[in-house]
Design a protein around this ligand. Structure first.
Ligand code: WQD
Length: 338
């Protein structure tokens, strides 16, 4: 089958290209490269030995989306494209709402007009908010987000559900990602954050590489076993393989389904740091620091539904995540611009 990936040159999109091509599918990418590089797609071609058809364009512009749909026969779309920096979203909320909501609406209108009524959406565990206790289950009441980025994920879920109710021919799959980290085993593609990384694993990698002086561990007095926050870290190639299953499911079914994509296992910040040091044989400059505003003590998935219905289960370990993240960092000290 042939799938459209908006934002397909980004971190999760590029790894999903590899997984789809390896599973025998074709991919068409629509990306405006605002926070990604076409080099990632060339690397995907190197890894897979297959072609990636790419269009430069913006999902908020109907003419850009229509250009792809007029040229390509598409079976379903995955909508990765969007702004994703939590902190930035607090400072420029209108940009986040405008971009992340408009792109979904425009994309769905264009898909519908071309008779492609199947979409997989990149949602986030952040929609579970502070009102639920982990392990998070898909049927928990969502909302209560703590930042505009999280609200755009929540609102897009609502919009897509409503669309499907209005037109039962639609197939909508909402994927709630936990904490994707790591990189493709080859070290050719990986996470390439712009500026100072906000997320733990890229910050660890840059500290190990000497790009950053010191890793700050935000908060050691949480009500968790070692006092640091617990998250459900997930290897990005496992996540990518989850998209293959979700797309195949979307093609076979109608309705709206939501799946957590996580391992179901929580690790603390100290555990991640220790694993990274152990696996890669190095010592990080690190110090305990005050809590970061907005962090929840614990977040991890109940991953049972994806296993039962999609037949998907994360296979890679925390050690694999740490090794592959560092491999990518060492091979690409300046990301795709090196
Ligand atoms: C993990 C843990 C930090 C950096 C966020 C978004 C979520 C999703 C993924 C993506 C926390 C601690 C971090 C550092 C640290 N969004 N930490 N020092 O906050 O669980 O999820 O990213 O597009 O929606 O909310 O992930 O990697 O930022 O943090 O101690 O320098 O690491 O406090 O406990 P988070 P994270």
């Amino acid at each position: 089958m042939r799938f459209l990936l908006t934002g397909g040159a980004g971190f999760i999109g590029s790894h999903t290209c590899v997984a789809l091509l390896s599973a025998g599918h074709d991919v068409v990418v629509l990306d405006n490269y605002s926070n990604s590089s076409p080099e990632a797609l060339r690397r995907v071609e190197r890894i897979t030995g297959k072609k990636v058809k790419a269009y430069e364009g913006d999902c908020c512009k109907a003419q850009d989306v229509n250009r792809v749909l007029e040229n390509e026969k598409i079976d379903a779309a995955v909508h990765f494209a969007g702004f994703k920096a939590v902190g930035e979203s607090v400072h420029i909320p209108l940009n986040y709402y405008e971009n992340n909501i408009n792109s979904t609406i425009t994309l769905c209108r264009c898909l519908s007009a071309h008779g492609v009524k199947r979409i997989v959406f990149s949602s986030s565990a952040t929609v579970y908010g502070a009102d639920n206790q982990p392990p998070y289950k898909e049927d928990m009441r969502v909302g209560g987000c703590t930042n505009p980025y999280g609200w755009t994920k929540y609102m897009n879920e609502v919009i897509l559900r409503d669309l499907q109710v209005s037109d039962p021919e639609w197939s909508v799959v909402l994927l709630r990602y936990f904490n994707p980290v790591g990189a493709h085993e080859s070290g050719l593609i990986g996470e390439d954050p712009s500026g100072i990384p906000n997320n733990l694993m890229p910050f660890i990698c840059q500290t190990a590489a000497g790009v950053r002086d010191m890793l700050h561990i935000f908060g050691n007095d949480y009500p968790t076993p070692d006092g640091t926050c617990v998250r459900d870290y997930l290897h990005v190639m496992d996540l990518a393989e989850g998209h293959v299953k979700a797309l195949e499911y979307a093609v076979e079914h109608q309705g709206t389904e939501v799946f957590n994509l996580g391992t179901g296992e929580g690790y603390s910040v100290y555990q991640v740091v220790n694993a990274f040091e152990r696996v890669n044989g190095l010592t990080l400059n690190k110090e305990d620091a005050p809590r970061r505003e907005g962090d929840l003590p614990e977040s991890f998935a109940d991953a049972g539904k994806a296993e039962k219905i999609l037949g998907w289960k994360a296979r890679r370990s925390l050690e694999d995540m740490c090794r592959d993240a560092w491999h990518w960092q060492k091979m690409n000290p300046r990301g795709y611009h090196g």
